[in-house]
Design a protein around this ligand. Structure first.
Ligand code: CAA
Length: 701
């Protein structure tokens, strides 16, 4: 281990010496982002090294858990002249006349990897990861990444890394020539040794002076074709391809300058604002007032699941995937066998696609214990009920569980609409009861609504949040109300969609209006997939509870013809073998007859009207949910919509989308289309605020 003599400076970059090597340590926890103070410190270090003949080379390393994880995303909204000068720092490195070595552990992402590529050499520990994830924030590598990465790893690999945004391991980066030496053992000592070895090597191998390997026209054409599928409607991916092509075609300086201009264009786009909003909203959603890292949690070593249907099976897979044994309960052997075979088939399909081995399939299945006896759940640390939505059935299960589960076990319901307080009330331990609302398909969808009931204990809540992370879900805490956050909003959205058709639009036009916003499925494509009978049953139930007559809308009439959606090979639409929705003339006729019977003269409804009415119906219900405290933050609602309902991340979720449109305009449009704006929405509009400002003010209060 080297023992640099430290010189303490009040800076984010500490200078120390190890003989003839100057070590610059960046200390900007938690992730050493390139914040104000970092460039100043690095430049000062380089100046010191340039002025001192006894310094032969410079090592740049990150203090704490990582190298630089990128530009400081929080500075993106700063005026340009105040934002940290990453590009200037890299220019200085590129022009530097002594060797510089980036020593990487943790992650070198975005501006972090760009900084490293501005150095003469890069060394890393084997577990380090390097990548350019900017596309995930709607921007592009803006400090030389688009120009340097293709020069090192070739055009195709650079495009792959920049367009996926996914990092690669240092060992792979070593094979690609992006890392010059893998250091097993002490990173700083290894980096200093490497720097000393290279101290006199000249000329310095600057990446900016290389050409781009493998830059054939077909590589760029394939990338352009690929992003039409993977990044439909997005700006930054096509800018990335253009810039990578420039890297191969024009002198370095020209590409470097173009990159700066394009970076600003992408950074100032609503798409990037939306993606950045989601980056922080997702992290914020993990924070719950009153719950700290000192809140006790219990360890989850085993799970019990009641119900081996689509939901129960999908939920079980999440646990099996991370090595948690599951006992799954059904009432009938046949249903149990069916459930198990679906789980096995899902895993085997994954294995067939090469994403897991057959040994992995067997290992996961071996963790699964099927049973018809609920008593077998007596040792489970968490039990999740996933049977159909019926309060009496759920109450019966929870009454029995109360007598079976060990003390301290979490008793969770996967209900998507029912009152978790009422479910908890039948047990002698309501503090152990919580809602864990998974989204279908539960083994795929990332969202987990964590429903905090009146008496849920902090330990149960904190354990559920930790569990969400462990099973790789995004957990968002919500309160109890009919449909919680996601489904309550989607019910309102469905009502509006049916209303738009009633007034004159065709279902396919309504769906197209949401596809145009970037949602893969419009409201009717979604309900055909979920099963039309579900919404139908909910409407019937709600009418009964409210003492209203049996609902008889055009969609109820479709369900009554026996068409329930994709599961009956047709609903609002017909489906071909690729599950493409095809408008059905009989259903269109049914809708026209319905309008005629009700005396409705159909009118032309523009795509713009349809998009606004649908998106703003979500926003309006979201504002009510926020006001009632069912969601903690507008950002939480956005996270729910992105991970649970396919709302495009680059729009930032419905609430952020509304803020981008201007809440004043949203209120005006709601009124124009006959909806009553929620009081909170109206107030924010009058004050000229956004939902993000509302969250920030609430967070400070
Ligand atoms: N800027 C500002 N804050 C950042 C940040 C960044 N680049 N990266 C992480 N943070 C913050 C997070 O918001 C979080 O803050 P809170 O604790 O207040 O919530 C904290 O650092 C820890 O982050 P995570 O909870 O995500 O920690 P993790 O260990 O799970 O993951 C990580 C660490 C892999 C670095 C992950 O944070 C990450 O992926 N960060 C973003 C990396 C990135 O996108 N870099 C490119 C930036 S754009 C750029 O560099 C542009 C350019 O070319 C000039």
């Amino acid at each position: 281990m080297s023992t640099p003599e430290s010189s303490s400076q009040p800076s984010l970059v500490q200078q120390s010496r190890d003989g003839d090597i100057l070590v610059l340590t960046i200390n900007n926890p938690p992730v050493n982002a390139f914040s104000p103070g970092v460039p100043e410190g690095l430049k000062a270090g380089l100046d010191a090294a340039a002025a001192d003949d006894s310094v032969k080379a410079v090592v740049i390393i990150g203090g704490g858990r990582t190298f630089v994880a990128g530009a400081d995303i929080r500075t993106f909204d700063m005026p340009r002249e105040q934002s940290p000068d990453l590009r200037g720092t890299i220019e200085k490195l590129d022009a530097f006349t002594k060797p510089t070595v980036a020593a990487i552990h943790g992650t070198a992402l975005g501006g972090g990897l760009e900084l490293a590529m501005g150095c003469t050499y890069r060394v890393a520990v084997p577990g380090a990861q390097v990548g350019l994830p900017e596309v995930k924030l709607g921007v592009l590598p803006g400090a030389g990444g688009t120009q340097r990465l293709p020069r090192v790893v070739g055009a195709a690999k650079a495009l792959d890394m920049m367009l996926s945004g996914n990092p690669i391991r240092a060992t792979e980066a070593g094979q690609l020539g992006l890392i010059d030496r893998i250091i097993d053992g002490d990173l700083l000592a290894g980096a200093v040794e490497f720097a000393r070895e290279m101290a006199d090597a000249r000329p310095l191998p600057r990446i900016s002076e290389r050409s781009v390997p493998g830059a054939t026209p077909d590589v760029f054409a394939a990338a352009r074709q690929g992003i039409r599928k993977t990044h439909r409607g997005q700006l930054s991916p096509s800018l990335i391809v253009d810039l990578a092509e420039m890297a191969a075609a024009v002198p370095f300086q020209e590409g470097w300058d173009a990159e700066a201009t394009k970076f600003m264009e992408a950074k100032d786009s609503p798409q990037s604002r939306g993606l950045r909003h989601i980056f922080f909203a997702e992290r914020e959603s993990a924070k719950i007032p009153g719950i700290t890292k000192d809140t006790p949690t219990t360890e989850i070593r085993s799970a019990g699941i009641i119900g081996a249907g689509t939901m129960g099976g999908g939920i079980a897979m999440n646990f099996l995937n991370v090595g948690i044994p599951v006992t799954i309960v059904e009432t009938q052997q046949e249903a149990l066998d069916r459930g198990l075979s679906v789980i096995r088939r899902n895993y085997e399909n994954t294995a067939r696609k090469g994403r897991m081995s057959m040994e992995d399939v067997e290992a996961r299945m071996a963790l699964l214990t099927p049973t018809l006896d609920m008593g077998d759940l007596k040792d489970a640390d968490i039990i999740i009920e996933a049977v159909f939505e019926n309060m009496d059935v759920k109450k019966d299960i929870f009454t029995r569980l109360d007598g079976i589960a060990k003390p301290g076990a979490i008793l969770a319901s996967n209900t998507s609409t029912l009152d978790v307080n009422e479910i908890a009330s039948v047990t002698s331990r309501p503090e152990s009861v919580i809602g864990l609302h998974f989204f279908s398909p539960a083994n795929v969808m990332k969202l987990l609504e964590i429903v905090r009931a009146e008496k849920t204990s902090d330990t149960v809540l904190a354990t559920s949040m930790a569990l969400a992370k462990r099973i790789r879900k995004v957990g968002v805490v919500v309160g109890v109300c009919d449909g919680f956050v996601g489904n309550r909003m989607v019910h309102r959205y469905g009502d509006e969609a049916r209303q738009i058709v009633e007034e004159g639009a065709r279902p396919e036009d309504v769906d197209a209006s949401m596809n145009a916003l970037g949602l893969p499925m419009g409201p009717f494509q979604m309900s055909d997939m979920a099963g039309l009978d579900i919404g139908h049953a909910i409407r019937q139930h709600q009418a009964k509870v409210a003492g209203q007559p049996k609902p008889d809308g055009w969609l109820d009439r479709i369900v009554e013809t026996g068409r329930k959606g994709q599961k009956t090979q047709g609903g609002i639409y017909d489906y071909d073998e690729t599950r493409r929705p095809i408008p059905n003339a009989d259903m269109q006729k049914l809708i026209e007859d319905y309008r005629a019977e009700k005396g409705i003269t159909p009118r032309e409804i523009t795509q713009e009207e349809s998009t606004k009415r649908l998106a703003y119906s979500l926003v309006n219900e979201g504002a009510k949910i926020l006001e009632e405290g069912i969601a903690q933050r507008a950002g939480d609602i956005d996270v729910i919509y992105i991970y649970g309902y396919g709302f495009p991340a680059y729009r930032g979720g419905p609430m952020q989308y509304a803020s981008e449109q201007g809440l004043k305009n949203v209120v005006a449009d709601l009124e124009k289309y006959g909806q009553t704006p929620a009081p909170l929405l109206k107030r924010l509009a009058e004050e000229g605020k956004t939902f993000a400002q509302y969250d920030a003010e609430k967070g400070r209060a």
